[in-house]
Design a protein around this ligand. Structure first.
Ligand SMILES: O=C(O)CCC(=O)C(=O)O
Length: 272
């Protein structure tokens, strides 16, 4: 699996969070920035993205996979995901998108920059068939042995609307606990999780122009509708965190163990 990319174009575009942004994030669990980079860099990011989205599929998260269908599914994704695209394109850390996101995330996390680790993931909803991202909290996906201090930054490479799958947030929901999550269809071999029996009261959609970025707390409840339009909805997400700390008492998240077990089983079958 080899893809190679040239350097990003030079982008002198600096964005930072001010006190109002930090206060809004503290109160609501999300905050939005209009523009994180230049048009030229956006074009470069789109060309990298499209190449990565077309990597050969194994059915597993080592490459592009479909988290809305059982591990091992190699068909064209209805909800495509690539975890840690910087594995394939390390130059992304030289982009204004990445540098600005890290600067803002560092302020939101209120820690010295040298303590901030980061990793990215791509999420794409293809035209017409792009599936819903169910209501979830990012921490619901993470290791129950660890405690996190983190923030996610989500940048669309296409203008996002309610109809093609902009994010929705429930303001203030980051102040609660991690909800019980379920694998969709109660199939643990499906990576996507959802929170059930929950009314997203006060949820706000966040339509954005390509190149904007929203930041959310890992406990903020969020969601995106299916892409019912004829255009792509490509998003480049970056997670920023301090080194996770081992919990004395493991969090009770049985869906994580069920998912890990199901992935191992499917891998054994797929790889013989
Ligand atoms: O892109 C999406 O539809 C969901 C992204 C998301 O949930 C996230 O970045 O935390």
């Amino acid at each position: 699996m080899s893809v190679s990319f040239g350097p990003p174009p030079r982008a002198d575009h600096v964005v930072d969070a001010d006190d109002d942004d930090v206060a809004f994030f503290g109160a609501n669990g999300y905050v939005v920035f209009d523009r994180m980079t230049t048009d030229a860099e956006l074009d470069w990011l789109r060309s990298v993205y499209d190449a990565l989205a077309n990597l050969p599929r194994s059915g597993f998260p080592d490459t592009v996979f479909d988290p809305s269908r059982p591990y091992g599914t190699k068909e064209y994704p209805e909800l495509g995901q690539l975890i840690r695209p910087e594995r394939f394109c390390p130059q992304v850390v030289d982009t204004a998108m990445w540098k600005n996101a890290k600067r803002i995330a560092t302020k939101l996390l209120a820690v010295p920059v040298e303590k901030v680790e980061n990793w990215g993931h791509l999420v794409f909803k293809p035209p017409h068939i792009g599936r819903e991202t169910p209501w979830h909290q990012d921490e619901g996906y993470w290791d129950p042995d660890l405690s996190y201090h983190a923030v996610g930054g989500w940048m669309p490479l296409d203008d996002v609307t309610i109809d093609n799958g902009c994010l929705w947030f429930v303001p203030g929901s980051h102040k609660g606990e991690v909800h019980h999550h379920h694998h969709i269809g109660d199939d643990a071999s499906v990576h996507v999780l959802e929170i059930r029996n929950f009314e997203p009261l006060g949820a706000v959609p966040v339509p954005m122009r390509a190149g904007g970025m929203s930041f959310h707390h890992p406990r903020t409840l969020h969601y995106a509708r299916p892409n019912t339009t004829g255009g792509n909805r490509r998003a480049w997400a970056n997670e920023f965190q301090t080194a996770p700390i081992k919990l004395e008492v493991r969090a009770n998240r049985p869906w994580i163990d069920e998912g890990r077990r199901a992935m191992r089983e499917r891998m054994e079958v797929a790889r013989g």
